[in-house]
Design a binder for this molecule. Structure first.
Ligand code: HEC
Length: 111
């Protein structure tokens, strides 16, 4: 009986850890999406004022505004003076969670 209870607890515990990890942004999935969706078209080259992927100087002040604002700008669109970031990079098929993964990847590269 004791063994059963403790293994049930273990399973619950592992389940909790797994779901925590799964809900965090996934930079591997983010990279795959970045490379195949519209994002790279502007952010690889800096087209129309887009902060380039991996350009730490361009990303530092953006990262400093905090992840929530950064994400909201990517989801809802943003014109901050450098150019215009279209809502979801003009790809409405992307979910908010997918945008979150891509932004996490872009932030990781910009650090
Ligand atoms: C048509 C070009 C274009 C495409 C496509 C595009 N972006 Fe952007 N993005 C921009 C520009 C321009 C800015 C800078 C806007 C400014 O600061 O004035 C920007 C800024 C951003 C920022 C920073 C926002 C901030 O608060 O500083 C993030 C994050 C971002 N884009 C994510 C994405 C993601 C994710 C995708 C793909 C789903 C994407 N972009 C597709 C042009 C683009």
């Amino acid at each position: 009986m004791y063994r059963f209870i403790s293994s049930a607890f273990c399973a619950l515990f592992v389940g909790l850890i797994c779901s925590t990890v799964a809900s965090a942004s996934d930079t591997v999935a983010g990279k795959a999406l970045y490379d195949t969706k519209s994002c790279m078209a502007c952010h690889n080259t800096g087209l129309s004022g887009a902060p380039k992927l991996g350009d730490k100087k361009a990303w530092a002040p953006r990262i400093a505004q905090g992840n929530d604002l950064l994400l909201s700008h990517a989801i809802n669109g943003f014109s901050g003076g450098a150019g215009t970031m279209p809502a979801k990079g003009d790809d409405a098929t992307l979910t908010d969670a997918q945008i979150g993964d891509i932004v996490a990847y872009m932030v990781e590269k910009g650090k």
